[in-house]
Design a protein around this ligand. Structure first.
Ligand SMILES: [Zn+2]
Ligand SMILES: [Zn+2]
Length: 236
């Protein structure tokens, strides 16, 4: 699974210091490497960090993996017939987590990472609806990392793919994220609803939808936690 729009955090072979603004900060895959390309070779991807920084990373290049998938809902991954037993939402968006100890018990990523259900129970992770389930260690033993970036409450300004004139009130003006949501049935958690401080105008902007990123943060906000070793390594 390697597609533009996937939301990522630093991974096992990371050696790039604070390019991501520190562990737990989120970015979006915006470009895939191509065989023969000098600047962006095969088995690399370009990541647009929520901070606005942009660099390429190894996703199998020379056997190294710099990134993990923190959310694949923005590329449209879903499990249409599965209900999350945490938030009761029908049709899990993104990765699915299934308890191996309880009968027919599933969680979405948000609920799993928020410690819904017994943290001693072992879960299987289904990366997509076609994936084979992979068994995770129990969450009680996991290293828990704070997720940071463009989430509710973040202070943002126009970013790299901005294409919306002066909706923000002009270059350099800031706004607040009031919601992260999906775009129709196409993608989940892929756009941010922003109210611009100067004008009070509110609209949604791409945050992974179709691999585009309209925003960057001036001040990141807290997006919950994740278990580092439970996230899939991108490109593996
Ligand atoms: Zn849920
Ligand atoms: Zn259970």
């Amino acid at each position: 699974m390697l597609e533009v729009g996937i939301r990522v955090v630093r991974g096992p072979d990371w050696k790039w210091g604070p390019q991501d603004d520190g562990e737990g900060h989120v970015g979006t895959v915006v470009e895939l490497g191509r065989p023969g390309s000098a600047t962006s070779p095969d088995k690399t991807v370009v990541v647009q960090w929520d901070s606005g920084a942009k660099t390429n990373y190894r996703v199998g290049y020379q056997g190294a993996y710099d990134l993990r998938v923190v959310d694949n809902a923005p590329i449209g991954v879903k499990h249409p017939n599965i209900i999350c037993d945490g938030c009761k939402r029908q049709g899990i968006a993104g990765m699915r987590w299934k308890c191996t100890r309880c009968e027919d018990y599933d969680l979405c990523t948000i609920c799993y990472m928020a410690d819904v259900h017994d943290v001693n129970h072992v879960f299987q992770r289904f990366e997509t609806a076609n994936s084979v389930g992979e068994e995770m260690p129990p969450r009680i033993d996991g290293a828990k990392i704070q997720l940071r970036g463009i989430f509710v409450g973040a202070k943002v300004m126009r970013g790299p793919d901005w294409d919306w004139g002066n909706q923000d009130g002009g270059e350099g003006k800031t706004g607040r994220v009031i919601d992260i949501r999906g775009w129709d049935n196409e993608s989940g958690r892929s756009v941010a609803n922003v109210t611009w401080t100067g004008s009070g105008f509110t609209n949604v902007y791409r945050l992974g939808h179709k691999g585009k990123v309209d925003l960057k943060y001036v001040q990141a906000s807290f997006g919950g936690f994740y278990y580092r070793d439970h996230l899939p390594v991108l490109g593996k």
